[in-house]
Design a protein around this ligand. Structure first.
Ligand SMILES: [Fe+2]
Ligand SMILES: [Fe+2]
Length: 276
């Protein structure tokens, strides 16, 4: 049987608050399963400290497959306003990557990462994120050059879904603009984090009918757990017609184990949940 292309979607590692047994278990699983790509949807560190970025860098160096990573709001220093405003991405650039439009392209996958964390916000809550019109130009340019056979994926820290436990908090700014653009660029799947809640659903731009799949990963490695949610990540198996999301959840007795599976099938107007 041919193996479907697989993406490991991990998120909200929060090095500085990481749980060491989970770090080791995750590295071993990823290297044993050898997915085509590991996508990391931000909040690599707890407080953008040097030692936390160094620990993240060491973790990434142990992963054998290609890795695509975007920053989260915790990767901007919040303990030094001057540094935050003038050099928000300096440490991220030094330890992780200077590329704030990371991409991965193959015959089966076209993946683009976008930075939704911001150095400042007009809101009192600076953990909020947003996308910009300039970033949408890059989205259109990247996917215009993608292989026709590739499944199209965007990775971004802040969520597109509104979750009841988060009370709408954290939803990405300029969401409708982004969904409109993703619809035009025939994006299939969006991978996000931030809420520390695993969840997935289909959604569409307000003016469009084409639906895409929005997948949230929980916090994969940190002790910053949302009540009722354990550490988790998503294993995503996909081809042109199917997307399967397997949620792997940590249990103290058994390590990371499958806890949920969601299947989506491509239809004329985009993606639909597959009813068993
Ligand atoms: Fe987080
Ligand atoms: Fe976050």
């Amino acid at each position: 049987m041919t193996r479907m292309p697989t993406v490991y979607h991990i998120s909200d590692l929060h090095f500085g608050r990481e749980r060491p047994p989970l770090v080791r278990a995750l590295i071993e699983e990823i290297n044993a399963c050898a997915p085509e790509l590991v996508a990391i949807s931000g909040d690599l560190t707890q407080s953008a400290r040097r030692r936390e970025f160094a620990a993240t860098r060491d973790f990434l160096a142990e992963l054998a497959p290609p890795v695509l990573v975007v920053p989260g709001n915790h990767d901007v220093p919040d303990w030094d306003l001057i540094r935050r405003l003038l050099r928000p991405w300096k440490r991220y650039g030094r330890y992780i990557t200077e590329d704030l439009y990371p991409s991965y392209s193959s015959r089966t996958l076209a993946v683009l990462g976008l930075n939704s964390a911001r150095r400042w916000s007009p809101h009192t809550d600076w953990s909020r994120g947003r996308l910009s019109a300039h970033q949408m130009v890059e989205v259109e340019r990247f996917f215009a050059g993608a292989e026709p056979s590739a499944t199209r994926v965007v990775v971004v820290h802040h969520p597109f879904i509104v979750h009841e436990l988060a009370l709408g908090r954290g939803v990405i700014g300029r969401k409708e603009m982004a969904l409109e653009c993703f619809g035009h660029s025939r994006v299939d799947l969006m991978l996000s984090g931030h809420l520390h809640i695993h969840h997935s659903e289909t959604m569409a731009a307000r003016s469009g009918e084409r639906t895409l799949v929005a997948a949230q990963a929980g916090t994969t490695l940190s002790d910053r757990l949302k009540a009722g949610y354990a550490n988790s990540f998503n294993v995503i198996e996909l081809d042109q017609d199917r997307i399967r999301i397997r949620v792997r959840r940590w249990s103290e007795a058994g390590g990371f184990q499958d806890c949920e599976q969601l299947d989506y099938r491509r239809a004329i107007a985009g993606w639909e949940p597959e009813v068993a």
